[in-house]
Design a protein around this ligand. Structure first.
Ligand code: FAD
Length: 403
């Protein structure tokens, strides 16, 4: 018996990666019938709508990594899309600051890395930094002019409207609970009607490993570990302390640690994010706890390996999460004039960080395939910047898989 397909491709996840992938699939074949399913009632509800809003330049990543290649290609397509759609963005640039002499070798190394990645930078001494950011303290800094700011939620809503015009169907507010795959179809079980499609593209972010396993993918033990990033916002009277984007030097072992000061496209200044374990995959506050998610984290060997490796750093992060004063101290390394009264709590995002069985955090973007399906297994920052290149790469994989 042949099953009737309701779509050629089912994309799970209406975050920026799922949306950009649907666009790339449609660019390759405009006749394709694509359905995008998301458990939330609007696009960009999770990572995409809860991030720092930075258009990254690609200075940090290894030169031969997918991140470097996809940021280079993806940011170009992103800027084209923003211009085409008339969306607000600003290439305000960022400064990465060495706060004392001990940090100079790491600043030197970052300058070399930026050159390897063909990202132009300018070196500032203390007085140059003062000129650009009068309230930021440091002995030297790198200016990265190609960094910018945008609202990725807005970008996603523009993508939704573009895709809808081109015939893509959105099924929002529907959770995919499992998948069965045959030789020529994928049937998605949901909390509503089931959906049968020719193929599946899994862009489910914080749930991608679960969707992949349910579709029969061999994830080689890779699972998602949710790390919450909490933000404070500077009060309007303190906004003048920061002109652009101000970053500390990244920790080579844990590159997503280190709170920064980010001007958002709406003019507000966000401070953060930190990185604490979330007790629920989409847990935006300490009181958001899921028994299933917490048990999965607590009983996994990988968690304990990771905890043993990084417990000192994690204790610091948790302290900064629970104490505004500790968070302030971290910020005062960059901006000593900040006071407790300048900070008000703001939102949080949860990073979908993939982790291997042995406790290794996956650094690069990662994808896997199974019968009639492509799965995004790791798309952390800068995946919003790189979304169009990631989408193109997934569409290529998809089309190769289904020939
Ligand atoms: C705190 C933070 C700061 C960041 N800052 C930046 C930045 O400044 N610049 C940058 O480039 N990147 C940044 N990133 C990274 C960037 O936001 C993410 O890499 C990107 O948004 C990932 O997009 P996504 O579509 O893969 O995931 P998501 O946006 O999380 O989308 C996944 C979607 O899948 C849906 N879904 C999940 N499971 C199911 C299911 N079973 N059924 C139906 N739907 C399902 C979810 O509802 C969700 O809408 C940041 C991330 C965080 C968390």
């Amino acid at each position: 018996m042949t099953t009737t397909r309701q779509a050629d491709v089912a994309v799970v996840g209406a975050g920026i990666v799922g949306l950009a992938t649907a666009r790339a699939l449609l660019d390759r074949d405009p006749q394709r019938r694509i359905v995008i399913i998301d458990k939330e009632s609007d696009v960009a509800h999770h990572q995409t709508g809860r991030n720092s809003g930075v258009i990254h330049s690609g200075i940090y990543y290894k030169p031969d990594s997918g991140k470097t290649a996809m940021v280079a290609a993806g940011r170009h397509s992103l800027l084209e899309f923003l211009d085409e759609q008339g969306l607000a963005y600003e290439m305000c640039g960022k400064v990465v600051v060495a706060v004392d002499d001990a940090e100079i070798p790491r600043l030197d190394a970052l300058e070399v890395r930026a050159a390897e990645n063909n990202v132009p930078t300018e070196r500032l001494d203390r007085s140059g930094l003062r000129e650009r950011e009068p309230h930021i303290e440091g002995v030297a800094a790198l200016v990265v002019p190609s960094a910018g700011i945008v609202d990725y939620g807005e970008v996603s809503r523009a993508l939704r409207s573009d895709l809808t015009t081109r015939g893509v169907e959105f099924r929002l507010g529907i959770t995919v609970t499992g998948a069965s795959v045959t030789a020529d179809t994928v049937t998605l079980r949901t909390d509503g009607d089931q959906l049968t499609a020719g193929s599946l593209v899994n862009c489910a972010g914080l749930q991608c490993d679960r969707v992949a396993v349910s579709a029969g993918a061999d994830t080689r033990g890779v699972r998602i570990m949710p790390f919450r990033g909490e933000y404070y916002e500077l009060t309007p009277s303190a906004r003048s302390l920061v002109n652009h984007l101000v970053y500390p030097l990244p920790d080579p072992d844990f590159p997503f640690l280190g709170v920064h000061l980010t001007r958002m496209i709406d003019g507000s200044i966000h401070a953060g994010p930190n990185a604490v374990p979330a007790l629920k995959r989409e847990g935006y506050r300490w009181r958001d706890v899921s028994a299933r998610d917490t048990a999965e984290i607590a009983f996994a060997r990988r968690t304990w390996i990771l905890a043993r490796r990084y417990w000192r750093k994690e204790v610091g992060e948790i302290k900064r999460s629970l104490s505004r004063r500790a968070f302030l101290h971290a910020l005062q390394r960059l901006c000593p004039e900040l006071t407790l009264d300048d900070l008000e709590p703001s939102g949080a995002g949860v990073r979908a960080q993939a982790i291997e069985r042995d406790g290794t955090l996956l650094d690069d973007f990662s994808f896997t395939e199974s019968r009639r399906a492509v799965h995004v297994m790791n798309a952390p920052s800068p995946a919003a910047t790189a979304c169009f290149a990631i989408g193109a790469s997934i569409a290529d994989r998809h089309d190769r898989l289904l020939v």
